[in-house]
Design a protein around this ligand. Structure first.
Ligand code: A3P
Length: 285
């Protein structure tokens, strides 16, 4: 692991094999040897694609819709952020364990594919980038100062954290063991998508349970759930952080950030690098 300095970023990031990683992923190269269990579930996504939302749904399904615990125990003590937590701590999490990660297979635990269930979430990269732009501006450790166009250039040249977005998405789409979902499906058809997740996890939910889960994990409710407080600061600061993290939760905010030239730059990259089946299924209108 080396340090990387990226235009606009106030803090040093990490670099490995020409890929940029967040500053906190210092145990990155130890993750491969982490021992998974057969009842482990991994929620994987490129950052700002609906990872937290999906984790919460998965945790609740795995824990028999324990809404009380989901309201009272910090989310970060329920779901393990693989590359952020020192690995030794992961042993303290009781099964059934739910993990989140933004890593690709080359960095994930060696036996993950054979052993555990993997759910992947993709989001329209234009909306993902707008969300990322806001996130890296406010979150400690990134301190991005710059225009949105700088973020777009980083994206085009594979210089945003976790590497080339197209390769990331392709890799999980092409693996038949992975349940491949989209942010847009979760927002547009939450009932069907949640049922799909439950079925993949081998659980059955009644219509009433599904509806309760949809309500509990709605944008408005999650934004008010204090289990997502990011740090033990005073209440006003915590609410501010929640407001920044649960920013809009919408489809299509990109229209306020992209001009025609920027759109065609990004679309050009997708047409060259994204698996054509993904393009046809999700991006042809
Ligand atoms: P926006 O910044 O566009 O609002 P991640 O968890 O991968 O970091 O993704 C964060 C994005 O998911 C943010 O997008 C956040 O608002 C959105 N999000 C989180 N929970 C959500 C929910 N329950 N419904 C809709 N969007 C949600």
């Amino acid at each position: 692991l080396q340090f990387a300095e990226l235009e606009g970023f106030g803090e040093k990031l990490l670099k490995h094999n020409n890929k940029i990683f967040p500053y906190f992923a210092t145990d990155l190269l130890k993750i491969k040897s982490f021992r998974t269990r057969s009842d482990d579930v991994f929620v994987i996504a490129y950052p700002k694609s609906g990872t937290t939302w999906t984790e919460e749904i998965v945790w609740l399904i795995q824990n028999n819709l324990d809404f009380e615990k989901a309201s009272s125990v910090a989310h970060s003590d329920r779901v393990v952020f693989l590359e952020e937590k020192p690995l030794v701590q992961n042993d303290f999490f009781e099964p059934p364990r739910v993990f989140k990660s933004h890593l690709t297979f080359d960095y994930l635990p060696q036996n993950i594919e054979k052993n555990s269930k993997i759910i992947y979430v993709m989001r329209n990269p234009k909306d993902m980038l707008v969300s990322y732009f806001h996130f890296v501006k406010w979150i400690k450790g990134f301190s991005f100062v710059g225009e949105f166009s700088v973020i777009l250039d980083h994206f085009i040249q594979n210089r945003i954290i976790y590497g080339n977005w197209c390769e990331h998405v392709n890799q999980f789409f092409e693996n038949t063991k992975v349940l491949f979902l989209t942010f847009e499906d979760l927002l547009d058809s939450p009932i069907e998508t949640i049922k799909k997740i439950a079925c993949f996890l081998g659980k059955e939910l009644t219509d009433d349970q599904t509806q309760k889960l949809v309500d509990f994990t709605s944008f408005k409710k999650m934004k008010k759930n204090s289990s997502f407080f990011f740090q033990k600061a005073d209440d006003s600061k915590q609410q501010n952080q929640l407001d920044l993290f649960f920013r809009k939760g919408e489809i299509g905010d990109w229209i306020n950030y992209f001009n025609e030239e920027m759109s065609s730059k990004l679309e050009d990259k997708l047409s060259k690098e994204l698996n054509p089946s993904i393009q046809i299924k999700y991006f042809s209108s």
